[in-house]
Design a protein around this ligand. Sequence first.
Ligand SMILES: C[S@@+](CC[C@H](N)C(=O)[O-])C[C@H]1O[C@@H](n2cnc3c(N)ncnc32)[C@H](O)[C@@H]1O
Length: 215
Amino acid sequence: MSNPHENMDRMYRLQRYFYDLTRKYYLLGRDQLLEEMKVQAGESVLEAGCGTARNLIILAKRHPDAMFYGLDASAAMLETAQAKVDAAGVKNIQLRTALADDFAFDGTFGLSKTFDKIFFSYSISMIPPWRESIENALKNLKARGDLFIVDFYDQRDLPSPFPRFLKWWLMKFHVRFWPELIRYLECLDSERTVTVTITPLFRRYSFLAHLKSTS
Ligand SMILES: C[S@@+](CC[C@H](N)C(=O)[O-])C[C@H]1O[C@@H](n2cnc3c(N)ncnc32)[C@H](O)[C@@H]1O
């Protein structure tokens, strides 16, 4: 049976060294997400699938009075992330190896309270148990907390043959847009457990979803 930790380690063993440089040009919408999170002093924020901690380091520098947590399936990726956190000199980031569908605020991070904010930045498209991961994130979120997802969308408004080329390219990295994902988020909204806002970005290249928990 395939092991997500080993799969991700295999994929990122070499890529982690040039990851930030290359992804800068096509993981679009990440900076907009970081702006829209509106982190407050004293809050705790988790990134699920944090990779090299690029997003966490930006946030930790911007909000020295908040705490940031990152989890990732790949221990190799987190080794690079920890080196970058140390080089940046930020003290308010903690990293753990864990799966998005199987972490807990207390067991994984030793916290006594659930998170104020959780986000997935270009990780949900790599996680086959994406539903379970979103459900687990909501379980680990405080009442009236915020969950954000930024990731590839369906590219429907981009000129042909770009969408087909992009899909082919992303499959090489085990990345895909889950066709049922947006419908699933809308259903969560209609069940009234969360209110959901979905914003298409760059002619549906990517999307930014904001889920506000109602209870
Ligand atoms: C494309 S990278 C994005 C990294 C970072 N979030 C960013 O925006 O630069 C996706 C990350 O998700 C991690 N990942 C994949 N499957 C995962 C899972 N089931 N649980 C946790 N992390 C996972 C990968 O190891 C990788 O570091």
